[in-house]
Design a protein around this ligand. Structure first.
Ligand code: ADP
Ligand code: ZN
Ligand code: MG
Length: 469
């Protein structure tokens, strides 16, 4: 048997107002090329970088959440390499004293160890046309966190889940939008295969994967490829690979620089930034509830483990659920069911996100509460949901349309008698013990009461009227 070991290097764009070392607006998405630049991020001679305190704070939030060791001072290094979209010919990064070392992230029954996380600046963008290359330096100097894991991940699916967890964590912390489609979350993936029980094999690195789906597909291909090499008794060669979406295959890229090629040295223009324990404590106090803490709280409220997990790791749902819960109208599990099944299904059909609808936590809580108090049937509740999604008040809808459950037992028994008279064959089958025929009768009663009778009650009255059960 062969096993894969996977380690990630994840880049996250921080959502600070300004760039990492200058005052340029960091939110340049959609802006015309080269309009968010200044002498510092263009690397003009004589300009001096000043570290963005907010970027450091955002990094510290993540380091604290992951339980990483945090140094007493932050030291920046220059990582030297030449590329046209890197105007200084070096990237300000961190080297031997990163913002965080160690720590871990829970993943179901397991934990994935974090190796390190550090702050750095992004490069600009090159746009390669047929006969020339254009440069856009709006992105140059924007703040990034690079998070490096130990090779603890074991499968492509688990890796995808881990990325979703990191995404949920940084969104919950409010430090990054972590949207891969905007390039605000990118991952390089390292993977090796070995015979079970043996030491880690030779790894390859797959670079620049910009969706969770591509990460998963690239890993599936690469694990298969390496396993076949090992089966033939050959060795995997260390390499840097790219991934081609069309064919679903990896291919060799340039040979990667060795660490020595980068000639890291301390950034002489930025004195070390002290990280006082008071500052750190203040940031810790200010941390929001973390997804795995949320998951525990939801479970304690009686929400099924699997639902609790999905809700806690989907920040938009968790925010919505927390507000609905705080109203104390509907039970936690019922709210969870409605959010994960009915609401999610409707959003999916319409291609909308929760934020794009007018559904409010109050609206959903009131609808679910009407159902839970037995005032409307689940069928009526489901029928009303699309309108509640459009912002209508469920109680008003029930009132205006007279949708309250038929609570008058006499009236319901009368409808039951009518239906038995109208469907003698089905009634006879039930009398003879063919209970399958009961469904048709129940359906007819429900139709005649416009879905406002409780199905259990209808069933009971029918059986009583037919002298069965
Ligand atoms: P390098 O010095 O080659 O950059 P690092 O030790 O810094 O290697 O690790 C880079 C990434 O590669 C990390 O995410 C780490 O988990 C992963 N990694 C290291 N060794 C292996 C291996 N044998 N198999 C899979 N991933 C590995
Ligand atoms: Zn600038
Ligand atoms: Mg490395």
């Amino acid at each position: 048997m062969y096993e894969a070991a996977i380690g990630l290097e994840v880049h996250l764009h921080l959502k600070t107002r300004t760039k990492a070392f200058c005052g340029c607006q960091a939110d340049y998405f959609g802006a015309p090329p080269n309009t968010h630049t200044c002498p510092v991020c263009l690397g003009l001679p004589g300009s001096l970088p000043v570290p963005n305190k907010k970027a450091v704070e955002f990094g510290l939030r993540l380091a604290l959440a992951l339980g990483s060791r945090i140094p007493e001072r932050l030291v920046f290094h220059r990582k030297n390499y030449f590329y046209p979209d890197l105007p200084k010919n070096y990237q300000i990064s961190q080297y031997d004293l990163p913002l965080g070392q160690g720590g871990s992230l829970p993943l179901g029954e397991r934990t994935v160890r974090i190796k390190r996380l550090h702050l750095e600046e992004d490069a600009g963008k090159s746009l390669h046309l047929e006969d020339r290359t254009l440069l856009d330096l709006n992105r140059a100097g924007s703040p990034l966190i690079e998070l490096v894991t130990e090779p603890d991940l074991k499968s492509p699916e688990e890796t995808r889940l881990f990325l979703q967890r990191i995404q949920a964590l940084v969104q919950t912390l409010g430090i990054s939008e972590a949207s891969p489609e905007e390039g605000k979350m990118r991952a390089d993936v390292n993977v090796s295969v070995r015979r079970a029980g043996e030491p880690l094999g030779t790894k390859v690195e797959i670079k620049n994967l910009n969706s969770f789906k591509s990460v998963q597909r690239a890993l599936e291909y690469e694990i298969r490829r390496q396993t076949e090499i090992l089966r033939r008794g050959e060795r995997v060669k260390q390499a840097t690979l790219g991934f081609e979406e069309g064919s679903g295959k990896t291919y060799p890229m340039r040979t990667k620089e060795e660490e020595a090629d980068y000639r890291y040295f301390p950034e002489p223009d930025i004195p070390p930034v002290p990280i006082s324990r008071e500052w750190l404590e203040a940031i810790r106090q200010d941390l929001p509830e973390l997804p795995w803490e949320k998951e525990g709280r939801y479970q304690a409220l009686g929400i099924k483990a699997q639902d609790a997990e999905v809700l806690a790791y989907t920040p938009s749902l968790a925010r919505f659920l927390d507000r609905a819960l705080s109203l104390g109208q509907a039970s936690p599990q019922a709210l969870a069911n409605w959010l994960l099944a009915d609401v999610a299904g409707l959003l999916n059909d319409r291609g909308l996100t929760l934020e794009q609808t007018r559904l409010t936590p109050e609206g959903l809580a009131r609808l679910v509460a009407l159902f839970e108090r037995g005032e409307i049937t689940s069928r009526v509740a489901k029928e009303l949901l699309p309108e509640v999604l459009e912002g209508k008040d469920p109680e008003a809808l029930v009132r205006e349309r007279g949708l309250r459950v038929v609570a008058d037992e006499g009236a319901l028994r009368a409808v039951v008698a009518e239906v038995i008279a109208a469907m003698p064959e089905a009634a006879e089958s039930v009398r003879q013990g063919k209970l399958k025929a009961l469904d048709a009768l129940v359906g007819q009663v429900m139709r005649r009461t416009k879905g406002q009778a409780k199905p259990e009650l209808v069933r009971r009255f029918l059986l009583e009227a037919l002298g069965v059960g």
